[in-house]
Design a protein around this ligand. Sequence first.
Ligand code: HMG
Ligand code: MG
Length: 300
Amino acid sequence: MLPKHISINEVGARDGLQNEKINISAEEKVKFINLLSLCNYKYIEVGSFVSAKWVPQMKNSDVVYKNIIKNKETIYPLLVPNTIGLKNALESDVKTICVFATASESFSKKNTNTSIEQTKKNIKEILKIAIKNNIKIRAYMSCVLGCPYEGKVSYKKTANLANFLIDEGCYEVSLGDTVGYGTPLETQKLINEVSNKINFSKIAMHLHDTYGQALANIYASMQMGISSFDTSVGGLGGCPYAKGASGNVATEDVIYMLNGMGVDCGVDLQKVLVASKFIYKILNRNIVSKTASAILSKQT
Ligand code: HMG
Ligand code: MG
């Protein structure tokens, strides 16, 4: 039995753009997110309150958040790594934030210059203040199906950390296959381990498509009862601190697969294509998504 409805969390404006080297202006990002807001998503990630020295592309996230047109039924989260990021989020009146962690000690150091233990302390501190301010918190975990620095990462450690994040007050944990190493049976084993600790309804999957496994991994996750997936328009994406990580699974490819299986996700494929065309024109390259390329080549 597959879930009847899937939530698609659009991460193109954050994960999709964070690794892009050309300077994308706040105005262009606002136009891009406003196009995404026409697609009927319930979740559109806007950017990150991280250090501009570490991730220069995200430096205008506050201006972007302030200027986008926000749908009432959509949440517009931004990533926060520490209390400095949280202070900036509070100043921008952000309603939902994402914290991020990993069970790989090496990736933790590379991504945030922080050990896992210190990250847990930082997250506790962030959550204490965020909850007091009525902010919703989502959590990310990276390298759940393998780390570019350590190789295999223990599913048990990931499950324990996921449990910690939910216990502390995050509403959902998104399990990130940052480098896209995972294959379907491994994905199911991981979900099995994590769901021993937390309910399926609190698990989302965030699958990069480096090795072309993301759709198969999504289907395998759906078979396990997962109904929340992160996707990125056109297949944009990559983490600056995970060498070899290419794009996220493309939103268009996921919608096409779900439509074909009669599973509802509520997101309008044609409108997603408009947003994809817009952002890839700015990036001056071809859309990665096979679905988008196939549909667009028929239309021209
Ligand atoms: P650090 O250099 O260790 O920070 O970076 P620090 O505490 O030593 O401070 C150094 C300077 O940075 C200070 O300024 C701080 O004020 C400033 P100075 O005194 O030199 O002028 N600073 C900040 N500025 C703005 N915003 C902040 C902030 N914090 C300190 N929040 C830090 C530590 C965590 C800041 C840095 O490592 C960082 O920003 N890392 C973020 C990396 C990142 O964004 N990675 C991508 C997102 S995660 C991801 O993509 C994975 C995901 O998609 C899931 C998956 O695919 O797996 C979610
Ligand atoms: Mg990612």
